[in-house]
Design a protein around this ligand. Structure first.
Ligand SMILES: [Zn+2]
Length: 75
C-alpha cells in the first residue's frame, strides 16, 4: 500500500485516502497529473494552518476561500 505524508499534520496515510494537490505557476490546484504535488489528509481539510502551509508551498498568498473551494469542489 502506497503511503504519503500529509503536508499539515505530517502523518503517513494510504495515498487513496488523501487529496492530491499542486501549485502550478503560483496557482493552487487539484493535481492535474503532471509536475510536483503534495498531499492533504481528510482531517486537515479544515486546519487553521492550511493557508500558511499552502502559502509556503506556492510561495504566494492564496486566500482561505480559494483554498476551500479547490479542496471541496475541485477546480
Ligand atoms: Zn493531515
Amino acid at each position: 500500500m502506497t503511503e504519503r505524508m500529509c503536508v499539515v499534520c505530517r502523518e503517513r496515510l494510504p495515498q487513496k485516502e488523501m487529496l492530491r494537490l499542486q501549485c502550478k505557476n503560483g496557482e493552487f490546484l487539484r493535481f492535474e497529473g503532471i509536475g510536483r504535488s503534495f498531499y492533504l489528509c481528510t482531517n486537515c481539510k479544515n486546519s487553521k494552518k492550511l493557508d500558511k502551509i499552502i502559502k509556503r508551498i506556492c510561495k504566494k498568498n492564496i486566500s482561505i476561500e480559494n483554498i476551500k473551494e479547490i479542496i471541496v469542489y475541485g477546480n
